[in-house]
Design a protein around this ligand. Structure first.
Ligand code: ADP
Ligand code: MG
Length: 137
């Protein structure tokens, strides 16, 4: 699918949210600025998420929606060990919905059957969004 604006990417995220169930994990791929966070904002809105951003948790935003939503941005994570040291792995199996940017950093800790969403930069305001169901990463 292609989107031509931020609003279209948000809409796609909102629509995608409908297919998510508690316990699902979604890994996002794409360069900085590809639109991962934008899409995730749509997903959170679609799940009725209310932000409870904690400044101490720079890697994790937690939202209370129909189920708890855990949005990880692991761009600045040192390595997988740091993720485990912080006890974040408990969120991966906590029955909420996990939305993970830069999941490449924690490849060995991911649950099986993550959904995969890849965003690519096509132009100034055009993005390609590819969704893959329940593939192991
Ligand atoms: P990422 O999380 O992948 O680094 P962000 O969602 O934070 O990306 O940023 C995407 C950037 O691209 C924003 O500055 C946004 O305004 C811009 N943008 C332009 N067109 C689009 C589009 N179609 N979808 C999403 N973002 C877009
Ligand atoms: Mg981002």
């Amino acid at each position: 699918m292609r989107t031509q604006s931020v609003e279209e990417t948000l809409d796609l995220g909102r629509a995608f949210a409908k297919r998510l169930n508690s316990g699902d994990c979604v890994c996002f791929f794409g360069d900085l600025g590809a639109g991962k966070t934008t899409f995730i904002k749509g997903v959170v809105a679609g799940l009725g998420g209310e932000g409870v951003n904690s400044p101490t948790f720079v890697y994790l935003n937690i939202y209370e929606g129909q189920v708890p939503i855990y949005h990880f941005d692991l761009y600045r994570l040192r390595d997988e060990e740091q993720f485990l040291e912080m006890g974040f792995d408990e969120f991966l199996f906590g029955g909420g919905i996990c939305l993970i940017e830069w999941s490449e950093r924690i490849a060995g800790s991911l649950p099986p059957n993550c959904l995969q969403v890849t965003l690519s930069h096509l132009g100034k305001s055009e993005r390609e969004v590819a969704i893959h169901e329940k593939v192991s990463v």
